[in-house]
Ligand binder design. Structure first.
Ligand SMILES: Nc1ncnc2c1ncn2[C@@H]1O[C@H](COP(=O)(O)OP(=O)(O)O)[C@@H](O)[C@H]1O
Ligand SMILES: CC(C)(COP(=O)(O)O)[C@@H](O)C(=O)NCCC(=O)O
Length: 314
């Protein structure tokens, strides 16, 4: 069925995408590929070559274009401002693979010949702390637009983009299920920033009653929405929960340590309940509606293989 968005994007099957930039042309050594595979457990060499290397090439072309545009504007304005960092926004549901995709891209970007400085920031650092969420009656709304300090996120991106020497991003811990007081990620004039989060393409209407003059995506040079069927995402959410049950949840400091003793079947029930009450509702109400704001849409099938890539025409 034809949708209103079909004409906005060019769609590439997996094979069509791979053929745009055969991996043989890319100078990644086997040890660099091994390094990335070490970071992302079951990522195959084929997936890197067919999907992520062409994607890096597409990002590189966009970075070159942004640099050129900055240079000619500086010439016209008779200014010598520093090239701003290239900002990549990564959106999508909880558990769709935003942080994994971001880590793959960061590793490959770090390997580019110019050896750029690449920072990876997650927007969960801009969630209000559990105490604040509780006081606002939002404990069951973690991840919904109102649970984030969007103004702080916009101020952060504005400072990074304008080239401030060092800017701090607060840090969220999935182990403590809360913001870590006094811990920050320092961002000091990087060449590239990847910012990933469920909320990065949300619009002012969705972020509270007062409409800010800017939105998060105003600072992006390019944005990517990671997409998959909800049935696959639920499966990945439950699998991740079961893995955490055996690992992080067993730590005494874990917020979820009460779940460590659950059987696998009980854990599936708990995770499915959290999904249905919170993350599924958020996906349908606040995340999916932002999909067609992205410059690229990456569609993954049940085994995380990317089957289709859509690229915005202009
Ligand atoms: N490309 C991929 N290949 C293999 N596994 C993946 C891939 N992307 C995500 N996963 C797995 O899916 C689960 C959810 O991914 P994650 O990156 O944590 O999601 P998000 O950051 O969107 O919440 C994790 O268990 C992760 O290991
Ligand atoms: C903190 C989050 C909103 C962040 O999502 P992420 O960016 O990791 O996909 C999410 O992990 C979360 O905690 N959601 C609330 C319900 C739950 O525990 O899954």
């Amino acid at each position: 069925m034809q949708t209103e968005h079909d004409s906005t994007y060019i769609s590439f099957s997996r094979e069509e995408w791979a053929s745009l930039h055969p991996s043989s042309q890319i100078n990644l050594t086997q040890s660099e590929i091994n390094h990335i595979q070490g970071l992302i457990g079951n990522l195959t060499n084929e997936e890197i070559s067919k999907i992520y290397l062409p994607l890096i090439e597409y990002l590189s072309i966009n970075m070159e274009a942004a640099k050129f545009s900055h240079h000619v504007k500086n010439q016209f304005l008779k200014k010598a401002t520093k090239n701003p960092p290239f900002i990549i926004g990564i959106a999508g549901s909880v558990a769709v693979g935003k942080s994994t995709t971001s880590r793959i891209l960061q590793s490959l970007l770090l390997d580019l010949p110019a050896r750029p400085k690449v920072d990876l920031i997650t927007t969960d650092g801009f969630l209000f702390s559990n105490n604040v969420l509780k006081a606002k009656g939002l404990s069951e709304r973690k991840g919904f637009p109102e649970s984030y300090n969007i103004r702080a996120l916009i101020d952060f991106l504005s400072a990074v983009k304008s080239g401030e020497p060092c800017v701090q991003a607060p840090v969220y811990s999935h182990l403590y299920y809360d913001i870590v007081p006094g811990q920050y990620h320092q961002v000091c004039q990087p060449d590239i920033v990847i910012i990933e989060g469920i909320n990065v393409l949300q619009t002012p209407k969705q972020v509270g009653s007062s409409i800010p003059s800017r939105v998060v995506s105003d600072f992006f040079d390019i944005s990517i929405y990671v997409d998959a069927d909800e049935s696959h995402i639920l499966k990945w959410y439950v699998e991740r929960f079961k893995l955490l049950k055996k690992t992080a949840f067993t730590k005494p400091e874990s917020y979820f340590k009460r779940f460590a003793e659950l059987s696998d079947v009980e854990a599936e029930g708990v995770a499915t309940d959290i999904w249905n009450r919170i993350n599924k509702v958020n996906l349908e109400e606040n995340i999916l509606p932002t999909k067609y704001r992205a410059d690229l849409i990456i569609e993954k099938s049940s085994n995380h293989q990317v089957d289709n890539i859509r690229v915005r025409k202009n």
